[in-house]
Design a binder for this molecule. Structure first.
Ligand SMILES: *[C@@H]1O[C@H](CO)[C@@H](O)[C@H](O)[C@H]1NC(C)=O
Ligand SMILES: *[C@@H]1O[C@H](CO)[C@@H](O)[C@H](O)[C@H]1NC(C)=O
Ligand SMILES: *[C@@H]1O[C@H](CO)[C@@H](O)[C@H](O)[C@H]1NC(C)=O
Ligand SMILES: *[C@@H]1O[C@H](CO)[C@@H](O)[C@H](O)[C@H]1NC(C)=O
Ligand SMILES: *[C@@H]1O[C@H](CO)[C@@H](O)[C@H](O)[C@H]1NC(C)=O
Ligand SMILES: *[C@@H]1O[C@H](CO)[C@@H](O)[C@H](O)[C@H]1NC(C)=O
Ligand SMILES: *[C@@H]1O[C@H](CO)[C@@H](O)[C@H](O)[C@H]1NC(C)=O
Ligand SMILES: *[C@@H]1O[C@H](CO)[C@@H](O)[C@H](O)[C@H]1NC(C)=O
Ligand SMILES: *[C@@H]1O[C@H](CO)[C@@H](O)[C@H](O)[C@H]1NC(C)=O
Length: 462
């Protein structure tokens, strides 16, 4: 009956020619009078007469507000019926449609605590749902009627449940970020119905079970981040086959095991590949650097990859960060890495890499071409012999050198003193000898120096 006491007030807004309408409570008599006036003066607009304002949106939002139990910044104070709901903080409406419908709900970082009311499922014109960085808990409601939804960002909350079919009909969804919540259980295979997704970020939850092969269905997926969960089993072969435009793939810090499907190393669009801290076991394909020409970050640390570091990586000319720490790589460090002019970060520690003659140490000379190199860690390998003079040719901005626990012997070359920007230098647990040269005085920024467990003589020059 409330509707009977309302009339739509419409006004021509600006020079755009749009008509804005809003419900206003009026006395019943006023309603008749004003309707008559409108008719008499022919001022009634077609939009207004035929389409009464749909207040479902406002009611949905008020129900949403009710389920929020703590609002320390009082952002929802403005959410009251004396203000047009399209003016409420965090709410935006379409400007063209009559009646105006809610298209965006954006309450990011407002410290809201509470649950998401199922009434959100009535905001049938919603396009963007942004509730990231709050303390929203409980379960994510079914939003099956929200066919226009394109983006959901709920990262950094405390959601515990995400019903597998909550989004079954939201097939226009492009962006889904549920990272850093408390979601558990398997990732539903129904995820494959979200066939328009470009970005899917589920990192930092407690998802278990296998990676659903239905992800193959999401052919336009550009970013897939399932890291920091408890996913197990092997990486499905289909993963690399479906996503023709996959740019960023992060499956790190799970319990994944077995071989990485070759289809993934064949996904030529990949820029970031994160497969760290899993239980993956295989040799890297020798042509990896040729099949992944766009690769910028290769993060494979803490697995049991074995065999040689492929020389072809030197062909992936955009590589800037390589971390192969804690694997079982063998053989020599390929000199071809010296062709990576953007390389800033090369971490090869805790492997079984060897160097014992000038040929196998050549890589160090080659790395002097990498003028952006800041970090080189070769600790815990099987490098033998004196540290080559070429160490002093590393980039001018070089900051971190780790050579701990190898088989290095002889004096440290004076050229070490060229690395004047070094912040951290670890040479401990080798067999280095002789006095500690004046090179150490050149390193004005040195914050960490470990020379222990060697056979140095004399004191550190001051
Ligand atoms: C609002 O519009 C939706 C469809 O867009 C309809 O299902 C609903 O009944 C309408 N509600 C009101 C109060 O007019
Ligand atoms: C409704 O919100 C407006 C804007 O924040 C505020 O000025 C007004 O006092 C509120 N009205 C009520 C009844 O809370
Ligand atoms: C959401 O709001 C925040 C600040 O309130 C803003 O920085 C951000 O761009 C908004 N996001 C969207 C998608 O509108
Ligand atoms: C909105 O959704 C809730 C829960 O789905 C439902 O109970 C309620 O009737 C709906 N309200 C309107 C105004 O459509
Ligand atoms: C999805 O939409 C179809 C067609 O409108 C409907 O029959 C079906 O029940 C919806 N699915 C869910 C899970 O709501
Ligand atoms: C794959 O996507 C199509 C729509 O593109 C849909 O009809 C089909 O049910 C989806 N299959 C799975 C397994 O998700
Ligand atoms: C790699 O991709 C090429 C072309 O993109 C294709 O011909 C080849 O069969 C693929 N190899 C594997 C192992 O998927
Ligand atoms: C690097 O690329 C060149 C040119 O495509 C090719 O001839 C060479 O074999 C590649 N190197 C390796 C180690 O695959
Ligand atoms: C590393 O590889 C070597 C030779 O293939 C093998 O003997 C050794 O057991 C492996 N170590 C680990 C920790 O897998």
């Amino acid at each position: 009956m409330a509707k009977g006491l309302c009339v739509i007030l419409c006004r021509q807004s600006g020079n755009m020619g749009f008509v804005r309408c809003s419900w206003q409570p009026l006395k019943f008599t006023m309603l008749i009078v004003s309707s008559l006036l409108l008719l008499l003066f022919g001022a009634i607009n077609i939009h207004c007469s035929t389409a009464p304002q749909n207040s479902t949106d406002m009611l949905s939002l008020l129900q949403f507000k009710q389920a929020i139990t703590s609002d320390p910044r009082e952002v929802l104070k403005s959410w009251n019926s004396s203000v047009d709901h399209c003016q409420w903080i965090g709410v935006s409406c379409s400007s063209r449609r009559h009646p105006r419908r809610v298209t965006t709900l954006n309450l990011t970082g407002q410290n809201l605590e509470g649950q998401i009311s199922p009434s959100l499922g009535n905001l049938t014109f919603l396009v963007y749902l942004i509730l990231s960085s709050n303390s929203i808990f409980g379960h994510f409601p079914a939003l099956n009627r929200l066919r226009r939804l394109q983006a959901i960002d709920l990262r950094n909350n405390k959601l515990q449940e995400f019903a597998p079919d909550a989004l079954t009909n939201t097939s226009k969804l492009i962006y889904l970020d549920l990272s850093a919540n408390l979601l558990a259980g398997p990732i539903s295979k129904n995820i494959g119905f979200l066939s328009s997704l470009r970005v899917l970020i589920l990192k930092g939850n407690m998802f278990t079970g296998i990676i659903p092969s239905t992800l193959q269905n999401i052919t336009q997926l550009g970013q897939l981040d399932l890291s920091d969960n408890k996913l197990e089993g092997t990486i499905p072969e289909e993963l690399g086959e479906g996503q023709l435009s996959l740019i960023k793939l992060n499956l790190g810090n799970n319990v994944l095991s077995g071989r990485v499907p070759t289809s993934i190393f064949n996904r030529s669009s990949l820029v970031v590949l994160g497969l760290y801290s899993d239980f993956l076991y295989m040799e890297l394909p020798s042509n990896i650097g040729n099949t992944l020409p766009m690769l910028s970050q290769l993060m494979l640390y803490k697995n049991t990859f074995q065999g040689p570091i492929p020389a072809s990586l030197g062909n992936a000319s955009l590589l800037s960060a390589i971390d192969l720490t804690s694997n079982n790589f063998t053989g020599q460090v390929p000199s071809s890495l010296g062709r990576l002019l953007l390389l800033t970060f090369l971490k090869l520690e805790k492997n079984s890499l060897e160097a014992n003659d000038s040929k196998s140490w050549e890589f160090l000379d080659a790395l002097s071409n990498c003028s952006s190199l800041q970090l080189l860690s070769l600790s815990d390998n099987q490098l033998q012999g004196p540290i080559p003079n070429s160490i002093g040719k590393l980039s001018a901005g070089f900051e971190f050198l780790g050579l701990t626990r190898n088989n290095l012997w002889g004096p440290v070359p004076a050229s070490m003193g060229n690395l004047t920007r070094l912040l951290i230098l670890t040479l401990d647990k080798n067999n280095l000898t002789g006095p500690i040269g004046p090179w150490v005085r050149n390193m004005q920024n040195l914050g960490g120096l470990d020379l222990s467990e060697n056979s140095f003589t004399g004191a550190i020059p001051s």
